[in-house]
Design a protein. Sequence first.
Length: 126
Amino acid sequence: MTAVRKIHSVADNLANPMISYVKAFPSFDLIHPFDREIIDLTVGVDMLKKSLGAVDWARKEVLMISTKYVPKARARKSAENTMKIMSEAYTKMTNVVRQIAKNLDFLISARSIFRNLPNVDADLPV
C-alpha cells in the first residue's frame, strides 16, 4: 500500500466513525420538547452539543491533515522522507483524537444512558 493510500486510510478510519456519531444524534431543534428536557436532565444538552461539536471539529481536522500531507507523501523524495511524512501525519491525527478523548467518553456514556431510558411517545395523551 502506498503512503498516500495509507494516510487516506487512517484519516477515513478516524473520520467515518466520527461523522456517524454526530449524525446519530438528532438535531436539537427538531426533537420534541419533552425529549429535549429528558436529555437535559440526564446528560445536559449543552455538554452534549459541546461534545458533538468537538467530534465534528476533530473529523474536519483529521481530513484537513490528510489533505495537507498527501501531496507531501506524493513527492517521494526518498523512502526515509516518505516514512517521516507518514509518521508526522499519523502523529497529528492521533493528537487531534486525543484532544477530544473526554468528549468521546462523554458521548459513549450518554449513548448508554439513552439506551436505558424508557421509550415514551410524548404526543400520546396522558
